[in-house]
Design a protein around this ligand. Structure first.
Ligand SMILES: NC(=O)c1ccc[n+]([C@@H]2O[C@H](COP(=O)([O-])OP(=O)(O)OC[C@H]3O[C@@H](n4cnc5c(N)ncnc54)[C@H](OP(=O)(O)O)[C@@H]3O)[C@@H](O)[C@H]2O)c1
Length: 257
Protein backbone atom coordinates (compact mmCIF):
# COMPACT_ATOMS: atom_id res chain seq x y z
CA UNK A 1 0.00 0.00 0.00
CA UNK A 2 1.22 3.48 -0.75
CA UNK A 3 2.00 5.51 2.35
CA UNK A 4 0.24 8.44 0.68
CA UNK A 5 -3.15 6.73 0.96
CA UNK A 6 -2.77 6.25 4.70
CA UNK A 7 -4.96 8.53 6.78
CA UNK A 8 -2.68 10.81 8.71
CA UNK A 9 -3.13 10.73 12.47
CA UNK A 10 -4.48 13.85 14.11
CA UNK A 11 -3.14 13.90 17.62
CA UNK A 12 -5.62 16.55 18.77
CA UNK A 13 -8.56 14.32 17.97
CA UNK A 14 -8.87 12.82 21.45
CA UNK A 15 -10.10 9.38 22.41
CA UNK A 16 -12.77 7.48 20.46
CA UNK A 17 -16.02 7.68 22.47
CA UNK A 18 -17.74 4.51 23.73
CA UNK A 19 -19.95 2.81 21.15
CA UNK A 20 -23.67 3.66 21.18
CA UNK A 21 -25.04 1.71 18.20
CA UNK A 22 -23.50 -1.75 17.90
CA UNK A 23 -24.01 -3.98 14.87
CA UNK A 24 -23.31 -7.67 15.57
CA UNK A 25 -23.21 -10.32 12.86
CA UNK A 26 -24.01 -13.93 13.66
CA UNK A 27 -25.97 -13.08 16.79
CA UNK A 28 -28.48 -15.95 16.68
CA UNK A 29 -26.51 -18.18 19.05
CA UNK A 30 -23.08 -18.83 20.55
CA UNK A 31 -20.64 -15.99 21.10
CA UNK A 32 -22.56 -13.51 18.92
CA UNK A 33 -25.70 -13.93 21.02
CA UNK A 34 -23.64 -13.54 24.22
CA UNK A 35 -22.13 -10.28 22.88
CA UNK A 36 -25.54 -8.96 21.76
CA UNK A 37 -27.07 -9.80 25.15
CA UNK A 38 -24.23 -8.13 27.02
CA UNK A 39 -24.47 -5.02 24.85
CA UNK A 40 -28.25 -4.76 25.28
CA UNK A 41 -27.88 -5.15 29.05
CA UNK A 42 -25.44 -2.26 28.97
CA UNK A 43 -28.20 -0.06 27.55
CA UNK A 44 -26.78 0.65 24.08
CA UNK A 45 -28.72 0.14 20.86
CA UNK A 46 -28.06 -3.27 19.33
CA UNK A 47 -28.52 -4.37 15.73
CA UNK A 48 -28.20 -8.14 15.45
CA UNK A 49 -28.46 -10.37 12.44
CA UNK A 50 -27.95 -13.94 11.29
CA UNK A 51 -29.39 -15.96 8.43
CA UNK A 52 -32.15 -17.09 10.78
CA UNK A 53 -33.61 -14.99 13.59
CA UNK A 54 -33.55 -17.38 16.54
CA UNK A 55 -35.97 -17.59 19.44
CA UNK A 56 -33.16 -16.29 21.68
CA UNK A 57 -32.78 -13.16 19.50
CA UNK A 58 -36.53 -12.51 19.69
CA UNK A 59 -36.40 -12.95 23.46
CA UNK A 60 -33.54 -10.44 23.65
CA UNK A 61 -35.57 -7.90 21.66
CA UNK A 62 -38.60 -8.49 23.92
CA UNK A 63 -36.45 -8.00 27.02
CA UNK A 64 -35.12 -4.66 25.75
CA UNK A 65 -38.05 -2.96 24.01
CA UNK A 66 -37.06 -0.41 21.37
CA UNK A 67 -33.33 -1.06 21.69
CA UNK A 68 -32.72 -4.25 19.70
CA UNK A 69 -33.16 -4.38 15.93
CA UNK A 70 -33.16 -7.85 14.38
CA UNK A 71 -32.62 -9.06 10.84
CA UNK A 72 -32.55 -12.33 8.91
CA UNK A 73 -29.59 -11.48 6.72
CA UNK A 74 -26.92 -13.57 5.03
CA UNK A 75 -23.61 -11.75 5.45
CA UNK A 76 -22.55 -12.84 1.97
CA UNK A 77 -25.53 -11.00 0.43
CA UNK A 78 -24.20 -7.45 0.07
CA UNK A 79 -27.55 -6.01 -1.01
CA UNK A 80 -29.20 -7.43 2.09
CA UNK A 81 -26.45 -6.24 4.45
CA UNK A 82 -26.64 -2.73 2.96
CA UNK A 83 -30.41 -2.65 3.38
CA UNK A 84 -30.06 -3.85 6.98
CA UNK A 85 -27.49 -1.17 7.83
CA UNK A 86 -29.78 1.50 6.34
CA UNK A 87 -32.71 0.19 8.39
CA UNK A 88 -30.59 0.30 11.54
CA UNK A 89 -29.45 3.85 10.80
CA UNK A 90 -32.97 5.08 10.28
CA UNK A 91 -33.96 3.61 13.63
CA UNK A 92 -30.89 4.26 15.83
CA UNK A 93 -28.59 6.62 13.90
CA UNK A 94 -25.16 5.82 12.50
CA UNK A 95 -23.64 2.50 13.50
CA UNK A 96 -20.52 3.38 15.50
CA UNK A 97 -19.40 -0.17 16.32
CA UNK A 98 -19.29 -3.35 14.28
CA UNK A 99 -18.66 -6.78 15.75
CA UNK A 100 -17.74 -9.02 12.82
CA UNK A 101 -18.64 -12.31 14.50
CA UNK A 102 -20.54 -14.41 11.93
CA UNK A 103 -18.55 -17.32 10.56
CA UNK A 104 -18.86 -20.89 9.46
CA UNK A 105 -16.62 -23.72 10.63
CA UNK A 106 -14.73 -26.48 8.91
CA UNK A 107 -14.13 -30.11 9.76
CA UNK A 108 -12.27 -31.61 6.82
CA UNK A 109 -8.66 -32.18 5.93
CA UNK A 110 -7.54 -29.82 3.17
CA UNK A 111 -7.04 -32.67 0.71
CA UNK A 112 -10.67 -33.66 1.21
CA UNK A 113 -12.20 -30.18 1.05
CA UNK A 114 -13.94 -29.24 -2.19
CA UNK A 115 -13.16 -26.05 -4.07
CA UNK A 116 -16.75 -24.93 -3.46
CA UNK A 117 -16.43 -25.41 0.31
CA UNK A 118 -13.10 -23.52 0.42
CA UNK A 119 -14.72 -20.66 -1.52
CA UNK A 120 -17.74 -20.66 0.82
CA UNK A 121 -15.53 -20.50 3.94
CA UNK A 122 -13.40 -17.69 2.52
CA UNK A 123 -16.44 -15.74 1.33
CA UNK A 124 -18.30 -16.02 4.65
CA UNK A 125 -15.34 -15.65 7.01
CA UNK A 126 -13.09 -13.22 5.11
CA UNK A 127 -14.61 -11.43 2.10
CA UNK A 128 -18.03 -10.69 3.61
CA UNK A 129 -16.67 -9.34 6.94
CA UNK A 130 -14.25 -7.12 5.00
CA UNK A 131 -17.13 -5.77 2.89
CA UNK A 132 -19.28 -5.19 5.97
CA UNK A 133 -16.41 -3.34 7.67
CA UNK A 134 -15.96 -1.24 4.52
CA UNK A 135 -19.66 -0.38 4.45
CA UNK A 136 -19.80 0.58 8.13
CA UNK A 137 -16.53 2.54 8.06
CA UNK A 138 -17.58 4.48 4.93
CA UNK A 139 -20.79 5.52 6.66
CA UNK A 140 -18.98 6.50 9.85
CA UNK A 141 -16.39 8.57 8.00
CA UNK A 142 -19.04 10.11 5.72
CA UNK A 143 -20.86 11.45 8.75
CA UNK A 144 -17.81 12.39 10.79
CA UNK A 145 -18.59 9.67 13.34
CA UNK A 146 -15.76 7.94 15.16
CA UNK A 147 -16.13 4.33 16.15
CA UNK A 148 -14.82 0.87 16.61
CA UNK A 149 -14.50 -2.32 14.58
CA UNK A 150 -14.04 -5.60 16.42
CA UNK A 151 -13.27 -8.70 14.38
CA UNK A 152 -13.84 -12.06 16.04
CA UNK A 153 -11.02 -14.22 14.78
CA UNK A 154 -9.53 -17.35 16.36
CA UNK A 155 -6.30 -18.83 17.67
CA UNK A 156 -6.47 -20.82 14.40
CA UNK A 157 -5.31 -17.63 12.69
CA UNK A 158 -2.04 -17.88 14.63
CA UNK A 159 -1.55 -21.58 15.35
CA UNK A 160 -2.03 -24.65 13.18
CA UNK A 161 -4.96 -27.06 13.55
CA UNK A 162 -5.69 -30.02 11.29
CA UNK A 163 -9.08 -29.91 9.59
CA UNK A 164 -9.19 -26.12 9.65
CA UNK A 165 -6.98 -24.97 6.77
CA UNK A 166 -9.40 -22.67 4.92
CA UNK A 167 -10.94 -21.50 8.19
CA UNK A 168 -7.47 -20.64 9.55
CA UNK A 169 -6.59 -18.81 6.34
CA UNK A 170 -9.69 -16.65 6.71
CA UNK A 171 -9.09 -15.92 10.40
CA UNK A 172 -5.41 -15.13 9.83
CA UNK A 173 -6.52 -12.87 6.98
CA UNK A 174 -8.87 -11.01 9.31
CA UNK A 175 -6.07 -10.56 11.86
CA UNK A 176 -3.85 -9.09 9.11
CA UNK A 177 -6.69 -6.88 7.83
CA UNK A 178 -7.25 -5.63 11.39
CA UNK A 179 -3.71 -4.25 11.54
CA UNK A 180 -3.78 -2.62 8.10
CA UNK A 181 -7.25 -1.10 8.55
CA UNK A 182 -6.18 0.35 11.89
CA UNK A 183 -3.23 1.99 10.09
CA UNK A 184 -5.43 3.32 7.27
CA UNK A 185 -7.96 4.85 9.64
CA UNK A 186 -5.38 6.73 11.69
CA UNK A 187 -7.29 6.51 14.97
CA UNK A 188 -10.62 7.81 13.62
CA UNK A 189 -11.91 4.29 14.07
CA UNK A 190 -10.22 1.82 16.43
CA UNK A 191 -9.88 -1.58 14.78
CA UNK A 192 -9.09 -4.65 16.85
CA UNK A 193 -9.67 -8.39 16.95
CA UNK A 194 -10.39 -10.89 19.67
CA UNK A 195 -9.13 -14.42 19.08
CA UNK A 196 -10.79 -16.98 21.33
CA UNK A 197 -9.57 -20.50 21.94
CA UNK A 198 -12.01 -23.35 21.30
CA UNK A 199 -15.27 -22.99 23.19
CA UNK A 200 -18.41 -25.10 23.20
CA UNK A 201 -20.86 -24.02 20.47
CA UNK A 202 -22.62 -25.37 17.41
CA UNK A 203 -19.46 -24.59 15.42
CA UNK A 204 -17.12 -26.59 17.67
CA UNK A 205 -19.61 -29.44 18.21
CA UNK A 206 -17.69 -31.38 15.55
CA UNK A 207 -14.79 -31.79 18.00
CA UNK A 208 -14.82 -35.16 19.69
CA UNK A 209 -14.12 -35.76 23.39
CA UNK A 210 -10.53 -36.86 22.59
CA UNK A 211 -9.81 -33.55 20.85
CA UNK A 212 -11.46 -31.54 23.64
CA UNK A 213 -9.44 -33.43 26.28
CA UNK A 214 -6.24 -32.73 24.32
CA UNK A 215 -7.06 -29.01 24.14
CA UNK A 216 -7.78 -28.94 27.89
CA UNK A 217 -4.52 -30.76 28.69
CA UNK A 218 -2.52 -28.31 26.55
CA UNK A 219 -4.12 -25.28 28.25
CA UNK A 220 -2.12 -23.99 31.23
CA UNK A 221 -5.23 -22.61 32.97
CA UNK A 222 -6.82 -26.07 32.68
CA UNK A 223 -10.05 -24.39 31.55
CA UNK A 224 -11.65 -24.43 28.14
CA UNK A 225 -12.60 -20.94 26.99
CA UNK A 226 -16.24 -19.90 27.34
CA UNK A 227 -18.10 -17.01 25.65
CA UNK A 228 -18.24 -15.38 29.11
CA UNK A 229 -14.40 -15.29 29.13
CA UNK A 230 -14.41 -13.32 25.88
CA UNK A 231 -16.95 -10.69 26.99
CA UNK A 232 -14.56 -8.60 29.16
CA UNK A 233 -12.28 -8.13 26.14
CA UNK A 234 -15.24 -7.21 23.94
CA UNK A 235 -16.40 -4.67 26.52
CA UNK A 236 -12.92 -3.18 26.77
CA UNK A 237 -12.53 -2.84 23.02
CA UNK A 238 -16.01 -1.39 22.43
CA UNK A 239 -16.48 0.84 25.44
CA UNK A 240 -13.26 1.54 27.28
CA UNK A 241 -10.70 4.19 26.51
CA UNK A 242 -7.54 2.12 26.05
CA UNK A 243 -5.61 3.32 22.97
CA UNK A 244 -5.46 -0.35 21.90
CA UNK A 245 -5.54 -0.31 18.11
CA UNK A 246 -4.70 -2.87 15.44
CA UNK A 247 -4.28 -5.66 17.98
CA UNK A 248 -5.55 -9.21 18.23
CA UNK A 249 -6.26 -10.13 21.84
CA UNK A 250 -6.07 -13.89 22.44
CA UNK A 251 -8.42 -15.43 25.03
CA UNK A 252 -7.48 -19.10 25.35
CA UNK A 253 -6.20 -19.78 28.84
CA UNK A 254 -2.66 -19.80 27.45
CA UNK A 255 -3.32 -22.82 25.23
CA UNK A 256 -1.48 -21.27 22.30
CA UNK A 257 1.62 -20.00 24.15
N1 LIG B 1 -16.53 -22.09 18.79
C1 LIG B 1 -15.22 -21.99 18.82
O1 LIG B 1 -14.51 -22.90 19.30
C2 LIG B 1 -14.55 -20.75 18.29
C3 LIG B 1 -13.19 -20.56 18.58
C4 LIG B 1 -12.55 -19.41 18.12
C5 LIG B 1 -13.26 -18.48 17.38
N2 LIG B 1 -14.57 -18.68 17.11
C6 LIG B 1 -15.26 -17.65 16.34
O2 LIG B 1 -16.26 -17.10 17.16
C7 LIG B 1 -17.33 -16.61 16.34
C8 LIG B 1 -18.64 -17.20 16.82
O3 LIG B 1 -18.54 -18.62 16.75
P1 LIG B 1 -19.56 -19.60 17.50
O4 LIG B 1 -18.77 -20.73 17.99
O5 LIG B 1 -20.42 -18.81 18.42
O6 LIG B 1 -20.37 -20.13 16.22
P2 LIG B 1 -21.88 -20.59 16.02
O7 LIG B 1 -22.52 -20.99 17.31
O8 LIG B 1 -21.85 -21.56 14.90
O9 LIG B 1 -22.57 -19.23 15.55
C9 LIG B 1 -22.24 -18.66 14.32
C10 LIG B 1 -23.19 -17.49 14.06
O10 LIG B 1 -22.91 -16.97 12.76
C11 LIG B 1 -24.13 -16.97 12.01
N3 LIG B 1 -23.81 -17.14 10.59
C12 LIG B 1 -23.16 -18.17 9.99
N4 LIG B 1 -23.11 -17.97 8.68
C13 LIG B 1 -23.73 -16.78 8.43
C14 LIG B 1 -24.02 -16.04 7.26
N5 LIG B 1 -23.67 -16.47 6.04
N6 LIG B 1 -24.66 -14.85 7.39
C15 LIG B 1 -25.04 -14.41 8.61
N7 LIG B 1 -24.81 -15.07 9.75
C16 LIG B 1 -24.17 -16.24 9.65
C17 LIG B 1 -24.95 -18.11 12.60
O11 LIG B 1 -26.34 -17.96 12.39
P3 LIG B 1 -27.13 -18.59 11.13
O12 LIG B 1 -26.61 -20.00 10.96
O13 LIG B 1 -28.57 -18.50 11.49
O14 LIG B 1 -26.78 -17.72 9.98
C18 LIG B 1 -24.65 -17.91 14.08
O15 LIG B 1 -25.44 -16.86 14.60
C19 LIG B 1 -16.97 -17.02 14.91
O16 LIG B 1 -16.34 -15.94 14.25
C20 LIG B 1 -15.97 -18.14 15.11
O17 LIG B 1 -15.11 -18.31 14.02
C21 LIG B 1 -15.23 -19.80 17.55
Amino acid sequence: MSETTETSPDNDRGPVPPAEVVLISGASRGLGLAIATDAAERGVNVAAFARTVSAEMKELADDHPGRVHLGAVDITDTTATQAFVREVESRFGVVDALVNNAAIGQDSLHVHTSQERIAEILETNLTAPLLLARLVVRRMLGRGVRGRILNVTSICGQRGFPGLVAYSAAKGGMDAATRSLARELGGRVLVNAVAPGFFASEMSAVLGSTQLDAIRRRTPSGQMTTPADVLPVVRMLLWEQTNINGETVVVDGGGSI
